[in-house]
Design a protein around this ligand. Structure first.
Ligand code: ACO
Length: 307
């Protein structure tokens, strides 16, 4: 769906949307297509890339705020579709930070021996919780899914030279729960509600909080910003991405940007950006990648990965 398509639905313009958010188009799931459908497609591609089958996976975590059903989880639907038969399988809900939360949980579970190969998926059908008459929100979001396979390896030196998830730092401050939320939910209005947002307030928190998380990750790994090869941020808004890059001291040529073509796909945006950076050869094995996100809650965090 392009900005021109949106001009036919609400009182907006391509110029306003591009200037304020950097978004030019976003993908909208087909009628009847669910978050699980998107998650399954992404998981299948991740397995092909990893040269594995569903039977090799012993744990699945899906980050989503837009599940097909209140229960069971999207993750068990993925499990059934892929023919995985065992291991912890559940959804995590931390909105735009969801992928980082899911990655952190999977990493911790693998370090404590709960699983050896896990799928971590971000999947969202944001279009189903948008008020298509509210121009302040409906122009910003899109649908999508991305997936990664994590595999445990024994040993490691405990330094930034190791491969894999080096560390994750997660944060939340529920005092800001009203600045970005849905207008309903199963135990209040009986439906999922629509996104309502105080855009300026969210913006105000985004850059500073993500920068703080990134700083904590760098310090705890004794890594300096100039050692980072790629910044893969949650894709909310190009101005937030630019602000975050500037704070970290990396150029925009080191930032994977998909927001122009995907909009804000919430928990799906980081794995979608990672997939794009890997597929086009920019992100290479051995490189150091910083992930960062902020979302409703507020929740936020950062993760350092050696690819
Ligand atoms: N088209 C045209 N005009 C619009 C639109 C639109 N789609 N939406 C709002 N406007 C108007 C407003 O009505 C307002 O008009 P007024 O001055 O006559 O009252 C004017 O544009 C300015 O509105 P603001 O809300 O002040 O615009 P702002 O510059 O703050 O940009 C935006 C809005 C893009 C939402 C910005 O605040 C932002 O990016 N915030 C971050 C929110 C975000 O990214 N949320 C995603 C979820 S959280 C996360 O992922 C980090």
């Amino acid at each position: 769906m392009t900005n021109a398509d949106l001009e036919k639905i609400v009182d907006t313009s391509d110029e306003w949307i591009v200037q304020r958010s950097g978004i030019r188009e976003r993908h909208i799931a087909a009628d009847g297509e669910t978050a699980a459908d998107l998650a399954i497609k992404a998981a299948r591609e991740a397995l092909i890339n990893a040269e594995l089958s569903g039977a090799d996976i012993d744990g699945i975590i899906v980050a989503t705020s837009t599940p097909d059903t209140t229960f069971p989880s999207v993750a068990v639907k993925v499990q059934a579709a892929l023919g995985c038969k065992h291991g912890p399988t559940f959804d995590v809900q931390a909105v735009c930070s969801g992928f980082l939360y899911a990655l952190s949980v999977a990493d911790s579970m693998m370090r404590t021996g709960h699983a050896r190969r896990m799928l971590v998926i971000g999947a969202e059908k944001m279009s189903s919780i948008l008020n298509w008459e509210d121009r302040t929100t409906c122009v910003l979001f899109g649908d999508g899914a991305g997936a990664v396979v994590l595999e445990a390896h024994d040993g490691g030196t405990g330094t930034a030279a190791d491969r894999g998830v080096l560390s994750t730092h997660l944060y939340a401050d529920g005092n800001h729960c009203d600045i970005l939320k849905t207008s309903g939910g199963v135990s209040s209005t009986g439906d999922a509600g629509f996104i309502v947002m105080e855009g300026r307030e969210v913006f105000r928190h985004a850059v500073d909080k993500m920068a703080g998380a990134v700083r904590d990750v760098l310090d705890s790994n004794k890594v300096t910003a100039d050692q980072i090869d790629w910044l893969v941020p949650h894709q909310a808004n190009i101005r937030i991405l630019e602000g975050a890059a500037k704070k970290l001291g990396v150029g925009m040529d080191q930032v994977i940007v998909t927001v122009d073509r995907h909009g804000n796909t919430s928990a799906a945006s980081i794995p979608l950006a990672l997939a794009e950076g890997m597929a086009d050869g920019r992100i290479k094995p051995g490189q150091l990648v910083m992930l960062e996100a902020l979302g409703a809650g507020l929740t936020w965090g950062a993760a350092l990965i050696r690819m």
